[in-house]
Design a protein around this ligand. Sequence first.
Ligand code: T1G
Length: 698
Amino acid sequence: MSDSNQINEVISTEHSGDVALVCIDNPPVNATGHAVREGLEIAFAGLIADASVKVIALYCAGRTFVAGADIREFGKPAKAPGLSSVLNVIEQSPTPVISIIHGTALGGGLELALATHARVAIEGAKIGLPEVLLGLLPGAGGTQRLPRLSGLAFALDVILSGRQVPVQEALEKGAVDRVVAGEPRMVALAAAQQVLDGTLATRRTVDLSAEYDRAVIDATLAGVKKKNPHLISPVKCVEAVAACNLPLAEGLAVERQCFMDCMQTPQRGGLIHAFFGERAVSNIPEAKGETRPLDRIGVIGGGTMGSGISTACLSAGFPVRLIEVKEDALARGVATITKNLDGAVSRGKMTSEARDAALARLEPSLAMEDLADVDLVIEAVFEKMEIKQEIFGKLDTICKPGAILASNTSYLDINAIAEMTSRPQDVLGLHFFSPAHVMRLLEIVQGAKTAPDALATGFLLAKKLKKVGVLAQVCDGFIGNRILGHYSKVISYLVLDGASPQQVDNALEGFGLAMGPHKVGDLAGLDIGYMTRQRKKEEGLDPNERYGGAVADRICEQGWYGRKTGKGYYLYESGAPVPNPEVAGFIDEVRAADGITPQSFTDQDIIDRYMTAMISEAARVVEDGTAKRPVDVDMVFLFGYGFPRFRGGPLHYADMIGATELVRRIEAYAKTDPNYWQVPEILRKMAADGTTFADLNQ
Ligand code: T1G
């Protein structure tokens, strides 16, 4: 090309004869930040005005075509030109404009491509409109142009699912015009030539009309309201698409209004916090250091956790040596792993060939000596310190030097385990969450003597398993279970003080939990908590702490453990759970015995106490350094505890309440229970100096 022009730091053009190229080079994902928009506006103004240019081809440098608007700009004052105005210039261009898609053309990136007059995709590329996953909707024409190109049903599917669509499917649906091999710039030159010689047709999307069916819109609207009763953006997505039968300018105006409606919601803030938080937790020095070899993994224990962990490692391509002590236990472990992998195949998450290859990498054994050559051992046996210490003592003599010895313990002291070895620098915690092959959270617990490269290898494992690895320091319960152990008490206090179990469940499900805590208890089995409470009673309860387990104890003493016995807080005889009427009697008995006069609680009261209790302990976890930052706690709860993603996490949510109000609430609650309700110093300080948890994430 004869004439190159660097428009600004991220946009350049090339011009030779009839053909002009526009290149976006804005690492890491060519997001349409202000410089990109401004550069495109200048570039297209110049090329459109140049009569010698007969076709313009737009492509991107780097790993992908534009992957969206720059999410980091959201919430800040908008800087002209807006993306929509740039796209309208491109669409209205009298000179044909084509785009070359590679990598992942997402959000504003796909919208940019839809505004061009033909789209050529490179094999392996994907397109998508994931804005709904951020609490938004395609705000630069996607809701108006995609239906015109690919029909209402496909557009609604792509916009509401936020999924990435392989370009072959996109080609079949008319969203792209051609799929070729090659690298973006060369494909751009060839495609431009095809426009000139008439072998690549171009047309403006605006000149197409969408096949429109109000019944499809109405059915879809009803569906999204039912599926996600809490979420705003899916409804707004449908409302915007519903305007695609209007003239484009009017449809774009409706889309704009719907987009701005979403931008104002705290859901957008929560979901974007979740997006960046998932990446921030591994963006720390401890995760970036040198790592050790990580090729062969050993798992000790074929129970629920051990088989789940083995499934996760096998699915990620690792060979796994699974150790059990008895033949029948080992067989059960292998059977569970096989069932897990078969489930992945039936859900379309894995091909049957991949399943077979994974199973071929499984090496069951009854001999711990077979762990001599593995790079990492994950112990997942019974939660008893003595058993774990004995195992680590043996591993110390069996495993090769430099092998990492990890415990999947959910709360025990990693340092006490490490002391049983001559190599505490090789020991750390890898706390998986059940089911370990599904839940994405992995708490990576740093022992006092854990070596930096061992810790970094824990994060490498998380990445390879596609899990969200969060750094935790040693304490009882690390991050998640420690906080759970605190706020779960407030649930029983609410019931003792006047709320019913189903009111608590309904209120918290209305807050966004998938399932209320009493239903969760019935599902998991009430006997688990019962055994824990009995153990703690034997060890001696804290006399200052209010005992909240009396009602649950009475339920368990009847042999009612929840779903598995057909009775718990609820009855399960007829499928859908109905409140167990006998539980109300137990509650009355306990209140009478404790001299409690029941009070009434609104659903908001329940939510406020529940969240204030969770936030209090979460704040203390940050204050004492168990968690590195508030965002780490938030990600633990999004990826390990089913906390509603649109709320961003407990400490993101805390910033919406504010430290001053939180301190006020805790002091008010403390009037009746000063032991349980104590103001964390960090909160008092934040209230005094007006800072937020977001400030602590910087
Ligand atoms: N804006 C800003 N930064 C982004 C970004 C974006 N859209 N997408 C990714 N990054 C950063 C990310 O934070 C990370 O930074 C680095 O790029 C690599 O990302 C108007 C309003 C493209 C599939 O939602 O899905 O367009 O941690 O680690 O695993 O209608 O990034 O290195 O500092 O995820 O290979 C719509 C979001 C926006 C796409 C690549 N688009 N991104 O995944 O790398 S809203 C999206 C992704 C919008 C319009 C609307 C993924 C990816 P750092 P990564 P990856």
